[in-house]
Design a protein around this ligand. Structure first.
Ligand SMILES: NC(=O)c1ccc[n+]([C@@H]2O[C@H](COP(=O)([O-])OP(=O)(O)OC[C@H]3O[C@@H](n4cnc5c(N)ncnc54)[C@H](OP(=O)(O)O)[C@@H]3O)[C@@H](O)[C@H]2O)c1
Length: 490
């Protein structure tokens, strides 16, 4: 008669992390304490159906098991013993994972059927249930907690080897034509780093400033040492360096940071710049929204202190940051007035909470703001020099001018007396200072995802370009025609 053993548990880790370990048929010598050493026969990949793992237990027994089925969509694998020094006959086991409703934990079901020599049924049933399955649950928990799965899912890579990475390089400052795709490499992660296979990369206006050479200290470029643009991306963790306990191979993640280099297909970055993505946020949305959403969060919440009744002027209101600021501020009860350069943009801005829209291509808006609202309490200004005088004129007394960008050109020095004339407060913030620690980054990212899911923010339009076509994405952003966010697809 066939024996049946069924065990299940809940693991305190997202399904992607648990599956990243279990789908590797050759990982168990790294996390299961009863397994001494294991190898895949014949050089097959450890996730290839039909492959055979040959392993030795700590007690000296030897077992050969064959992978019969593997489903990444159902998080399930089935395997059988083909030869063993333990008397488990016709042994077939299935591991199945399911996402627990809160999304951050995993239900793990492990069951098997097998025959035994007469009289040894109970002994072998207990051995499988306790020494293999229940001990396995505990061992995997410990392994995940210790961050050791980096080694497990790296078995298809030579340890410490660089990985090929498609890159878009900048050989000299200038126009979009200076961006050239090329083949490069991503180094293995050092302690505290993770290597990410990127699927979507956010394009931000700061990439244009860097490409033009406006901030050379952030991206030095020469003919012999080209630079790579890009401050954020989303994708999947490939491997993790020593000491990275919170991220594992297979985790879907996004990151942002002050060091450019995201225009590539594989990148190695500090783990404390990385956040895990909830299942409700796909990679493209994350790349489109992480930096811009966190910018909107600090602008509205911290710097602008926007609340009911705040008269808020938002420039480029249909842009990547603009749409998010409008929607968030409106939800808080602000009176939102925005500038855009076309009727089409005006329609989209209204749709995202911008109540009053001024259509202007030549930065003329102060009269309309003064007439309509009696001046602005806060201005969110990514325009820069061309809008300087109009911004001054549009502000209400004691207003706050937040100069966060310079799409029209670098802002010339501001005289204190010029501010004094209206008791104006002037801020020149950078998002990276507002997401400088892992904890703050996580907290802000979480607020952005929640704002999306509770309807505070609408997903903005996203324009997609292939990674190799980064130059076209730049030309589009600079043309003033883009609406919402732009992403590169790797
Ligand atoms: N400091 C920070 O922390 C931070 C973070 C993120 C973004 N930013 C800044 O926020 C602003 C918006 O960034 P974004 O990435 O979301 O870009 P975006 O708003 O999607 O695109 C820029 C927009 O600026 C307007 N613009 C006006 N004059 C322009 C010109 N001469 N050339 C190009 N565009 C012009 C255009 O809108 P209209 O045609 O409708 O005017 C254009 O669509 C940028 O200034 C950026 O540097 C700052």
């Amino acid at each position: 008669m066939l024996q049946k053993v069924v065990r299940s548990t809940v693991i305190d880790a997202p399904i992607e992390r648990v599956w990243a370990v279990l789908r590797d048929f050759n990982s168990h010598d790294q996390w299961h304490a009863v397994v001494d050493r294991s190898r895949i026969e014949g050089g097959l990949a450890s996730d290839q159906v039909g492959c055979v793992r040959s392993f030795t237990l700590k007690d000296g027994n030897r077992i050969r098991e064959q992978l019969l089925a593997l489903s990444d969509t159902e998080y399930r694998s089935t395997y059988t013993i083909v030869e063993a020094t333990v008397p488990l006959q016709r042994y077939v086991a299935t591991v199945t994972l399911k996402r627990v409703t809160d999304g951050d934990r995993t239900f793990w079901h492990w069951e098997s059927t097998f025959a035994t020599p007469p009289g040894r049924e109970r002994e072998l049933r207990d051995m499988v249930a306790t020494d293999v399955y229940e001990a396995g649950f505990e061992n995997l928990r410990r392994h995940l907690h210790a961050g050791g799965a980096g080694r497990a899912a790296r078995s298809d890579l030579a340890a410490g080897a660089p990985m090929p990475s498609r890159q878009v390089r900048l050989h000299a400052y200038g126009g979009p034509e200076q961006l050239e795709p090329a083949n490069g490499e991503a180094p293995p992660p050092r302690p505290g780093e993770v290597r990410i296979r990127q699927s979507a990369i956010g394009v931000n206006f700061i990439d244009v400033y860097l490409r033009r050479g406006w901030v050379p200290q952030m991206l030095p470029v020469s003919a012999t040492a080209p630079g790579i643009l890009g401050m954020e991306a989303a994708g999947t963790v490939v491997d993790a360096g020593e000491g990275v306990g919170s991220l594992l191979p297979g985790d879907r993640v996004a990151y942002l940071g002050p060091t450019p280099g995201a225009y590539c297909s594989v990148r190695t970055v500090p783990a404390d710049q990385v956040v895990r993505l909830p299942s409700s946020i796909d990679d493209e949305t994350a790349a489109a929204l992480l930096l811009k959403g966190i910018t909107a969060d600090y602008l509205v919440r911290d710097l602008g202190r926007v609340r009911a009744g705040t008269r808020l002027l938002v420039h480029a209101a249909a842009g990547g940051v603009g749409l998010l600021v409008c929607a968030w501020a409106r939800r808080l009860g602000a009176t939102v007035i925005g500038t855009v350069s076309s009727e089409e943009k005006a329609r989209i801005a209204r749709d995202h909470g911008c109540e009053h829209v001024i259509v202007t291509r030549d930065y003329r808006f102060a009269d309309a703001v003064q007439r309509g609202l009696g001046g602005a309490d806060v201005i969110v200004d990514g325009l820069g020099e061309a809008a300087r005088e109009e911004n001054h004129a549009a502000l209400a007394p004691c207003g706050h001018w937040i100069s966060l960008g310079q799409a029209s050109g670098p802002l010339q020095p501001i005289s204190p007396d010029w501010l004094l004339a209206k008791s104006i407060t002037f801020s020149r913030p950078v998002v990276f200072h507002y997401a400088a620690t892992a904890a703050v980054l996580r907290e802000r990212a979480q607020r952005v995802w929640e704002a999306l899911s509770d309807g505070t923010l609408k997903r903005p339009p996203v324009e997609r370009f292939a990674l190799d076509a980064a130059a076209q994405a730049h030309a589009r952003l600079e043309s003033r025609a883009s609406i919402g966010a732009l992403v590169l697809i790797a």
